[in-house]
Design a protein around this ligand. Structure first.
Ligand SMILES: [Zn+2]
Length: 119
C-alpha cells in the first residue's frame, strides 16, 4: 500500500519528461523533478529544467482519483488548511503557489491517466 505514492511520483516524473521547457524547448529530465513533500493523497513536486536551469514551477498533485472526484483540487480555492500546510514548506514562496495555480490550469485533468490505477 505504501508504494502507491512512490508509484504516483514516478508517473508524475514520466509525465513531465514528456513536456518541454518553454525557455529552451528541451525535455525535462528525471533529475529535475523533485518530490518536495508527500502526504496521503497529495504529492508536491518542483520541476526545473536541467538544461537551462529555469524552473517550471511547483505542482500540488492529488494522487487519489476517488477523492479528487468528490473534492476537485484543480482551479479551486485553496482552503486555510492547504495554505497553512504549504506554509510549513521552507522553499515554497507565495509566488510559487500562484504559479502552481497557473501550472495546474495547463495540466488540465488528463494528468490522472498517467497515474497507476489503484481501484
Ligand atoms: Zn530549459
Amino acid at each position: 500500500m505504501g508504494g502507491d505514492h512512490l508509484g504516483g511520483f514516478h508517473a508524475i516524473q514520466e509525465y513531465f519528461q514528456q513536456k518541454v521547457c518553454r525557455h529552451c524547448s528541451r525535455h525535462f529530465e528525471q533529475g529535475g523533478i523533485e518530490l518536495l513533500r508527500q502526504e496521503p493523497g497529495v504529492l508536491v513536486v518542483r520541476v526545473t529544467c536541467q538544461a537551462c536551469g529555469q524552473p517550471l514551477g511547483v505542482a500540488i498533485v492529488g494522487t487519489t482519483p476517488k477523492a479528487e472526484k468528490q473534492k476537485p483540487r484543480c482551479n479551486s480555492e485553496w482552503t486555510k488548511k492547504d495554505k497553512s500546510r504549504l506554509a510549513k514548506l521552507p522553499k515554497i514562496t507565495y509566488d510559487d503557489v500562484l504559479s502552481a495555480h497557473q501550472f495546474f490550469r495547463e495540466l488540465g485533468s488528463d494528468w490522472a491517466k498517467h497515474l497507476p490505477t489503484t481501484s
